[in-house]
Design a protein around this ligand. Structure first.
Ligand SMILES: N=c1c2ncn([C@@H]3O[C@H](COP(=O)(O)OP(=O)(O)OP(=O)(O)O)[C@@H](O)[C@H]3O)c2ncn1[C@@H]1O[C@H](COP(=O)(O)O)[C@@H](O)[C@H]1O
Length: 104
């Protein structure tokens, strides 16, 4: 099982934990608007790290961003698998477009 799939499962388990023991449960208890706000903040922090920080900072902010995206997807009942399938579909579409462009 890959890292994101494992993390998705951990997040799903932690949703029902005690909020004082679990960051995931605490954030979930605050509701979808707070989860969405956190994701936006983490995205901004990743952008700032990319433009002004060092590589380690960007790695940390990117990890925060992916983690909070998984929390949001979990709260909305969207499986990581659905997102990966959409990326696979696009890869297929762009692969076909590239092939078509090469044969012109
Ligand atoms: N990957 C993460 C992870 N990344 C970031 N964070 C938390 O995300 C928060 C983001 O930091 P901020 O300073 O922006 O937020 P904050 O001040 O703590 O929170 P707010 O005041 O904004 O609500 C920090 O508290 C981090 O600890 C994470 N918390 C948990 N995980 C994973 O989720 C699993 C379950 O965690 P628990 O729910 O805590 O058991 C853990 O085992 C980890 O694998």
């Amino acid at each position: 099982m890959d890292t994101l799939t494992r993390l998705e499962a951990t997040i799903a388990q932690r949703l029902t934990a005690a909020p004082e023991e679990s960051y995931v449960a605490k954030l979930h208890a605050k509701g979808l608007p707070k989860i969405a706000q956190k994701l936006g903040e983490e995205a901004t922090e990743a952008v700032i790290a990319a433009l002004a920080g060092d590589e380690a900072e960007l790695v940390g902010e990117a990890a925060d961003l992916l983690f909070h995206l998984l929390v949001l997807l979990g709260a909305k009942g969207v499986a990581l698998e659905q997102v990966l399938a959409e990326l696979d579909r696009r890869e297929g579409v762009s692969g076909l477009a590239e092939k078509a462009a090469r044969s012109e």
